[in-house]
Write a protein that binds this ligand. Structure first.
Ligand SMILES: Nc1ncnc2c1ncn2[C@@H]1O[C@H](COP(=O)(O)OP(=O)(O)OP(=O)(O)O)[C@@H](O)[C@H]1O
Ligand SMILES: C[C@@](O)(CCOP(=O)(O)O)CC(=O)O
Length: 505
């Protein structure tokens, strides 16, 4: 049996640019997070026949799908199955692989494949209560850190609650990249580089698969973050995918491969990815809010209002874009200030940690520290301005982008000492928030601790922190099976989904 191929891809949070990023005239700030989705590919075992592919999501009940691949006259057909996302990923990636070297492809496939898809706990609302403090119904960051990795969920995929981290984009990116590596379409060395043709090819096919599986062409920021890591994203021309919607008959390579000859009469992959990192001593914290909103219906209503009120919408979009850019620029400036004078930066952070943002500009500090303080204050102002304008967008369109309960939760969170900014990620609604906090202070009196207290006491909704922080990786990456704690156990334990997480310690 050949060695396993393991590829992981990160989840995401769109901190700025929701709705705007659907239009190539505007951009969005997407942070890829430390929580990841893993795909493990092995040659098929005794239960997998030639040209058969078994895909499993062991954390879920009834989540094993068998696919038979038919190779006929250079066509590759993967039989349909219930999981549309997995089916599209197999159909398109195998087709692309067979276009390269049909013989080698057929030979590899004749061994059958076993594919396991496994997600970090953060992607789904965990039913396991606070293991540290059984009397407390909500998990805390400390109690979540003590949970075993890859908890079994004891439900079917259709019954699970997602946390908004982009499970489908991370799933697709990891499956597609692992298959491309397995069939030798891309190399490990090429894939390891951020700007390589191999990584771009993985991105392009993951975007196509995600669009087909979702039945719509979204902005693609989630797939882009899963492939490239945190960045400022400007979308690709949706027309590039138009010819591929009838993918069964058309060769994929000329449209997806960045190395293919360019046809100047056709739209090209023109998305822009400008790498980004949060400044030092700034931590992103996400919360899963037990609410629930439907992104497609929010998007539909916002688009409807925009198309009927073009001038008002243009003005609003321009103001939001300006505020988003102010936030990105100030965060970037902070990274530069850290490099230029680390001591002053650290001292400023230390003093801001004990003050709410509304008192930051009055803080008594040296000149160098004041420059840092002012940049942090601009991030706070931009965050608040964007929230105000996004609420306005929601009022205009008649939808709750930042519903009143979220406003109450965010106002209280952002008023805490050492909290820099907050908002509703992506399309907004009732199901998640993000907050940026300063990483400083005494062990029990950190801004993170204060925010956790606010969330724990919040009465109108159950608010649970997630473990995710900003990922410093370049996005999707190849892993060693033995290097990821708990991963091998998931794929080798029978009936894993029904195991009790406490027995996994
Ligand atoms: N562990 C998994 N195994 C197989 N398929 C999965 C898994 N997790 C998610 N999916 C697929 O992704 C689909 C969810 O995709 P959808 O686009 O609705 O959500 P999403 O926007 O990615 O959600 P979120 O951002 O909340 O994570 C599921 O219906 C399923 O087909
Ligand atoms: C509204 C939108 O801009 C963001 C949706 O983000 P999310 O899935 O809510 O994280 C849609 C999109 O970009 O595809």
């Amino acid at each position: 049996m050949s060695a396993s191929i393991v590829v992981s891809a990160p989840g995401k949070a769109l901190l700025a640019g929701g709705y705007l990023v659907l239009d190539p005239a505007y951009s969005g700030l997407v942070i890829s997070v430390s929580s990841r989705f893993y795909t493990v590919i092995r040659d098929g075992g005794p239960s997998v026949g030639p040209n058969e592919i078994c895909v499993r999501s062991p954390q879920f009940i009834d989540a094993t799908w068998k696919y038979t691949v038919t190779l006929k006259n250079d066509e590759v057909l993967v039989c349909e199955s219930l999981d549309r996302f997995v089916h599209c990923a197999l159909q398109l990636t195998l087709k692309l692989a067979s276009e390269g070297n049909p013989r080698a492809f057929a030979e590899l496939l004749s061994h059958g494949l076993d594919i396991a898809a496994i997600a970090d706990n953060d992607f789904y609302t965990q039913k396991v209560k606070n293991v540290r403090d059984p009397g407390e119904p909500r998990p805390s960051i400390a109690s979540l850190s003590e949970m075993p990795p890859f908890c079994p969920l004891n439900v079917t995929l259709s019954d699970v609650q997602k946390t908004g981290m982009g499970s489908s984009a991370a799933l697709i990116t990891s499956i597609v990249s692992a298959l491309l590596l397995k069939f030798g379409v891309i190399s490990k060395e090429g894939f390891a580089r951020r700007d390589s043709g191999d990584r771009v090819l993985a991105h392009n096919i993951a975007q196509l698969v995600h669009c087909l599986a979702q039945g719509k062409v979204g902005s693609g920021f989630d797939v882009s973050a899963a492939v490239f890591g945190s960045h400022v994203y400007t979308r690709f021309d949706p027309r590039v995918l138009a010819p591929l919607m009838d993918f069964a008959r058309i060769p994929l390579r000329p449209v997806l491969d960045p190395g293919a000859a360019v046809d100047h009469n056709k739209p090209t992959w023109n998305s822009k990815v400008v790498p980004f990192q949060l400044p030092p001593l700034v931590r992103l914290v996400l919360a899963d809010v037990a609410g629930g909103s439907s992104t497609p219906s929010l998007v539909k209503k916002v688009n409807e209002w925009r198309s009927k009120n073009t001038e008002d919408a243009r003005r609003l979009w321009t103001s939001i874009d300006l505020s988003n850019k102010n936030m990105v620029d100030s965060l970037r400036e902070l990274s530069s200030l850290y490099k230029a004078d680390t001591e002053a930066y650290e001292a400023a952070v230390q003093s801001l940690t004990f003050l709410p943002p509304s008192q930051w500009v009055e803080a008594e500090t040296s000149e160098a520290q004041r420059t840092v303080t002012q940049a942090f204050y601009r991030v706070y102002q931009a965050g608040q301005t964007t929230r105000f304008l996004m609420r306005k967008m929601g009022e205009n369109a008649g939808v709750h982008i930042e519903p009143p309960t979220q406003t109450a939760l965010l106002d209280e969170s952002v008023a805490q000492a050492g909290v820099i900014a907050g908002g509703v990620p992506g399309a907004g609604g009732d199901d998640a928030i993000w907050v940026l906090v300063l990483e400083s202070g005494d062990a029990l009196e950190t801004p993170l601790h204060r925010v956790e207290q606010v969330w724990r006491k919040f009465k109108q909704r159950t608010v649970s922190p997630l473990l995710a922080t900003q990922s410093m990786e370049i996005g999707a990456r190849v892993e060693e099976l033995a290097g990821i704690r708990g991963l091998e156990r998931v794929i080798t334990t029978d009936d894993y989904a029904r195991k009790s997480p406490t027995n996994l310690f």
